[in-house]
Design a protein around this ligand. Sequence first.
Ligand code: ZN
Length: 160
Amino acid sequence: MGNLITNEKTGEYLQLSNAGTSVLMSVLLLAGSDVAATPWELDFVAWLADHDQNLLGLGMSGFDINDIAWTKSDFIEQKRFVLRVIHKAMKRHRWEALPYEPPFVLESLTKLRDMIDHYQVTHVGSEKPWSIEFKPEEPLKCPVHQIYEHALGCFICLDN
Ligand SMILES: [Zn+2]
């Protein structure tokens, strides 16, 4: 049991344990919440927060890179933002906010970075909305962890 992050367009995938998935999403949320500014970027962070196994069930929070609501017209800026979030996470941005030392997460971040890097504008299909089941009405940050919450609370608070 675990979760699979895939890039079906290139055949790449990242196999994660349930705990490894939570750690990966946590470090991405710590980085992404500090740099998201545009509506698309805030939606990306809300979409990350939505991948909470406390809401979806264990092993239910995998995704494909193509699930991101890329648009052809703004793809370059969108991809640059996502890579910026990953690079910030790789620099251990605010990892001290986590109640544990994240194991193996650098490997996962490196693989995810490569998968995003290999995803090209030619892979972007027709425009689609974000699929966010637990989207909050307004972007709201957890006062403890300073990450954007999903509709039922903070990913890190719920995870620990
Ligand atoms: Zn919190």
